[in-house]
Write a protein that binds this ligand. Sequence first.
Ligand code: FHN
Length: 473
Amino acid sequence: MIEKMTRSASGGVTLGRIINGPMIIAVLCALLLTVCQADAARSSSSDAGNLTQDERMHWWREARFGMFIHWGLYAVPAGEWKGERIKGIGEWIMERADIPVAEYEPLAGQFNPVKFNADQWVRIAKNAGMKYIVITSKHHDGFCLWDSKVTDYDIIDATPFGRDILREMSDACRKHGIRLCFYHSIMDWHHPDAQAPFYPNYNDRNRTNPNFGRYVETYMKPQLKELITEYGPLGVLWFDGEWIKDWTEPQGKDLYNYVRALQPDIIINNRVGKGRKGMEGLSKGDQEYAGDFGTPEQRIPASGLPGVDWESCMTMNNTWGYKHYDDNWKSEEDLLRKLADIASKGGNFLLNVGPTAEGLIPAPSVERLAAMGKWMKVNGESIRGTTASPLGTVPWGRCTAKPGKLYLHVFEWPTDGRLEVSGVEGNVRKAYLLAKKRAKLAVSRQDGKVIVDVPQEAPDPINTVVVLEIQDR
Ligand code: FHN
């Protein structure tokens, strides 16, 4: 027997009794395991409490492209109620068709998405070049896509499906290295302490519920705790439905702090408070609203939101939640150019899919995402981790930047084979097509402009990326 000193995982020195060969191996393995577990715990949660705002936002700014998923009971009626097509966005059907809670609830009995495959959804997002997924944990209709302890109005207790959708999404995202994020509606048309009593106008902006505080403290907060502690670590909590009269900016700030106390490095959108409009155009120092980023919806701010992190969320057709007859799909060209446009203004693109009640992402969405993925495989470098255009607006397309590099996204290919670029500072060391990195393009200067000699035909008629490598003067 030998007496030996060993250093514990926590750094302290322990005195142990030692022992023979196999035992030494066992002890070393146990030590290794402890160190690995400590490391895993650190990276999964929250030594991140010490992160600066820039460090906390880093992965999100790098990502630039994410998938929004609106999925819930509204996928069952899919835009139709009692044989009538209901106008407006599909996930609002409960409000638009004046459906009482007692008539809407039974949709849960019909929600059996047997074709749902979390792995497949995550692969669709990943292959599109997306780095995060924001899925509706609970939309305004109040139905929960996870096994919540504080209600039976959820996927496990109320549906024949009996599988925890968010659990499966969480596992698949972890497996594929995609950040899982949750959308969560503050407004709740199903809860008696929230907007359920407002029927038939669940969205009545002038009404309040005297019990709303109870809903927040005994329902919404416990639910958020479940989501963060049991399905996390999460990338983003994406709040919505904050415009109701019962919700105030101090409540938003309180909720922001509550969520960050549970996971300090989490990112939270501006709709946690009343900052949806206010954040726009404000410089960081002036932000008096809770939230880490602005959320322009269905639009791209003309000049971005300087000084503020932001993300444009957008549908591919006209609805967020599935409507079986909405075929107004944006083209691949439109979507790809929007992606470049947003990146050129320093924002993220959160592009929505609305899966069917069977659990399938509609084929037109899958096709468009595949096309975007094909482009991103070649050109992703010109989107991910880039910053806004230092050239301002350019006549032929858009521009994104990284240190020492300009990415020229050419939508309108020059007919004379000369791409003119104004405002480039520093010497151009090299120019090439991102799709053909080894073939150098000739560059000259004329009247202060950089002229790049490009092929006669546009290599990619939607968006060909020309890279300029710049040497600082
Ligand atoms: O009312 C919702 C709508 O259903 C959808 O979820 C969008 C997504 O940003 N947000 C709300 C409207 O601002």
